[in-house]
Design a protein around this ligand. Structure first.
Ligand SMILES: C[S@@+](CC[C@H](N)C(=O)[O-])C[C@H]1O[C@@H](n2cnc3c(N)ncnc32)[C@H](O)[C@@H]1O
Length: 336
């Protein structure tokens, strides 16, 4: 496999986060305003054929992991077909999905049958009322049912992603780990990043990886798992293992030096970082009539644009810089 997507800091890019839609069926307070209505216009969204053209080129350049996200990726009507078609690419990557789990009860088995290997489900609380307050939807039971469906379909171990917020759910870390151990989930806590729609994120009030570590070690013995590689989570064995828990310290201990990720938005914009200020438009190339008539020229142009985005990547996400500016798009439109 080639490794062509190397940036000026020597980082080899192997992972692509692909947003399948900016739509979502929850309204997590830290992600999307409850009355959000500024959806991407339908014609701007990449068709599945266009998406496959991009992924065919990206995987030939060394991308070997594709994570489908959104918005809520399982809201895309042809998501099972998308998975199947990715497995049929010449250099088929490993496919995973990040989802809120709501549609897994019906989709887990078809997705597994289509070639999906792994699923991450986002769940921030074990309390039904809190879930409703945090997401503006009364769907806690559906998430739990979705996780069970994923496990039954062999998409195990299911990773569960949790964001803790001060005064909202920051008392739940040990209980979430207890539940994860009982149910066979692989739990990972993610520090809240400055991507909230109302711009109210504050470093002084955010829950840090150190807070979470301290709360967990009041109840459990955590031992670092060696060999983290480019994975964002610091992993720990719980009480000697084999179960583990992860803490993703995106803000307080950034792991940009090992970042191997690119992001493709649902409307065909390529980003080299969640916090990038710029995007590179692949959609115009995909829809250019002259290029469409000449598949080799289109391929060359897509390769060129992919390399450009990688070459432009900064050493870090800049959250901790004094002049940091939050991206203009909400997390749901970038693809989490
Ligand atoms: C944007 S969602 C998209 C995929 C899917 N709808 C889901 O719920 O997993 C992906 C992940 O981003 C996380 N996320 C969203 N906004 C965040 C923020 N401001 N800081 C940290 N994580 C965030 C969510 O908790 C979720 O785990």
């Amino acid at each position: 496999m080639s490794a062509d997507l190397v940036d000026t800091f020597g980082r080899v890019h192997r992972d692509m986060r692909v947003s399948l839609t900016d739509k979502c069926n929850l309204r997590c307070t830290y992600c999307m305003p409850s009355d959000f209505a500024d959806w991407l216009p339908g014609p701007s969204l990449l068709s599945t054929d266009e998406l496959m053209q991009v992924l065919d080129v990206a995987t030939s350049l060394g991308i070997d992991g594709v994570r489908l996200t959104g918005g809520e990726p399982l809201l895309r009507a042809d998501v099972v077909d998308v998975v199947r078609r990715i497995t049929e690419l010449e250099h088929a990557p490993e496919i995973s999905v990040t989802t809120n789990g709501l549609r897994l009860t019906t989709l887990a088995q078809p997705l597994a049958d289509a070639g999906l290997k792994r699923v991450n489900v986002s769940l921030d609380t074990l309390d039904r009322d809190r879930f409703k307050a945090m997401t503006f939807r009364d769907r806690f039971d559906d998430v739990i049912a979705g996780i069970k469906a994923a496990q039954a379909a062999g998409l195990a171990p299911v990773k569960v992603n949790t964001v803790l917020m001060k005064g909202v759910n920051d008392d739940e870390a040990p209980a979430l780990l207890r539940r994860a151990l009982d149910e066979g989930w692989r739990l990972r806590f993610i520090e809240q990043m400055p991507l909230d729609p109302s711009g109210v994120w504050l470093r002084s009030t955010m829950i840090t990886a150190d807070d979470i570590y301290a709360w967990l070690t009041e109840h459990y013995t955590l031992t670092p798992v060696p060999a983290r590689g480019s994975a964002p989570a610091e992993e720990f064995y719980v009480d000697g293992g084999p179960a583990t828990v992860g803490i993703i310290a995106s803000v307080t201990r950034p792991f940009c030096g090992a970042c191997d990720r690119l992001r493709l938005t649902a409307d065909g914009q390529l980003r080299n970082c969640l916090f990038a200020r710029d995007e590179l438009d692949l959609r115009t190339a995909l829809r250019d009539e002259a290029l469409a008539a000449d598949p080799r020229a289109l391929r060359t142009e897509l390769e060129r644009r992919l390399r450009l985005v990688v070459a432009d990547k900064l050493p870090g996400h800049g959250i901790n810089d004094a002049n940091f500016i939050q991206p203009s798009r909400p997390m749901s439109a970038i693809g989490g």
